[in-house]
Design a protein around this ligand. Structure first.
Ligand code: NAD
Ligand code: UDP
Length: 313
């Protein structure tokens, strides 16, 4: 049994991770400031003797005795991270310094949830970990992209200077149960719009691409990374290589939900990356990991989850 801190544990990925690590017999501390996360995601875990919920903001110091830290705290959806951009960058810089300080003091292993956004609007396709990226430092996505890039720098410097045991995973677009209905990301937007018979809002011409990974696959990759015996620190890409255009994705959701919704086109937000697909060679070699869930199966589970949420309202 390990004592594991999960920051952002009440969010989409964090809550799925809390559940999996508890089921594997660990002691889990879920820390969250509930900016985008929700108690609903972890309510069923409250009462479990091995689960603790702490309302806290990682931009303030936190003390606990733990063996492992999964640092997931940070809003991930563009409308949410752009709502208070200064707070977003503080979370990725001051928050990460606080978590690295904790890891240093406890001699804990710390895994940072980085992102494909460190590649910006990539000129290398598919994206490999040795690509340094094409990020606008002054745009509306910069608070997130540059914050996450700085977080990677901090991780590497604490590792080199203080010997902190680190892991960096670069997560590509992930979907599944516990996504917030009002999150504003494409998967939740399209499914909710289709289920409610509302217009499906495609931004731009819809020819930009994304590659979607089911949350259970991602979590398997994160846990393998945290516990890998050769102490491979990364950064490593985790995602699904199945790339599709946003327009095709909209059509797929309409078909799967048997919806009467129509596609409408809205303005493309600035700096929206044109293409994104993870190169998974490193993850396969170092972690013997690759995603296993077919997109149709993953989406069926996600649609069922959102149907339940809409019906309970
Ligand atoms: P989410 O918004 O559902 O979860 C983030 C959680 O962090 C929320 O519960 C939120 O309340 C909490 N939080 C935010 N700021 C905090 C702070 N200062 N202190 C404490 N808690 C704070 O997003 P998610 O999709 O679950 O993403 C989790 C992590 O994975 C994030 O770091 C995100 O950048 C990263 N990531 C996610 C994706 C994806 O596709 N979901 C892709 C790349 C990277
Ligand atoms: N998008 C869209 N309609 C929406 C929400 C998003 O067309 O209602 C597009 C968005 O412009 C981007 C892609 O879908 O090209 C993925 O957006 P998301 O916010 O999910 O994540 P991103 O990968 O951009 O961080």
């Amino acid at each position: 049994m390990k004592r594991i801190l999960i920051t952002g544990g009440a969010g989409f990925i964090g809550s799925n991770l809390c559940e999996r690590l508890l089921n594997e017999g660990n002691d889990v501390i879920c820390l969250d400031n509930f900016f985008t996360g929700s108690k609903d995601n972890i309510r069923h875990l409250i009462g479990n003797n091995h689960f603790e919920l702490v309302r806290h903001d990682i931009t303030k110091e936190f003390f606990a005795e733990v063996d492992q830290i999964y640092n997931l705290a940070c809003p991930a959806s563009p409308p949410h991270y752009q709502y208070n951009p200064i707070k977003t960058i503080k979370t990725s810089v001051i928050g990460v310094i606080n978590m690295l300080g904790l890891a240093k003091r406890c001699k804990a292993t710390i895994l940072q949830a980085s992102t494909s956004e460190v590649y910006g609007d990539p000129k290398v396709h598919p994206q490999t970990e040795n690509y340094w990226g094409n990020v606008n430092p002054i745009g509306i996505r910069s608070c997130y992209d540059e914050g996450k890039r700085c977080a990677e720098t901090l991780m590497m410097d604490y590792h080199r200077q203080n010997g902190v045991d680190i892991r960096i995973v670069r997560i590509f677009n992930t979907y599944g149960p516990n996504m917030d209905m009002n999150d504003g990301r494409v998967v939740s937007n399209f499914i909710i719009q289709a289920l409610k018979g509302e217009d499906i809002t495609v931004y731009g011409n819809g020819l930009q691409t994304r590659s979607f990974c089911y949350v259970d696959d991602l979590i398997e990759g994160m846990i393998r990374m945290m516990n890998n015996p050769q102490k491979f620190i990364g950064p490593v890409n985790l995602g699904n290589p199945g790339e599709r255009t946003i327009l095709d994705f909209a059509k797929m959701i309409i078909e799967m939900t048997d919806s009467k919704s129509k596609i409408i086109y809205k303005e493309l937000p600035s700096d929206d990356p044109m293409q994104r697909q993870p190169d998974l060679t490193l993850a396969k070699r170092e972690l013997d990991w690759q995603p296993a869930t077919d997109i149709k199966i993953g989406l069926e589970k996600t649609i069922k989850y959102f149907e339940g949420k809409i019906n309970n309202k």
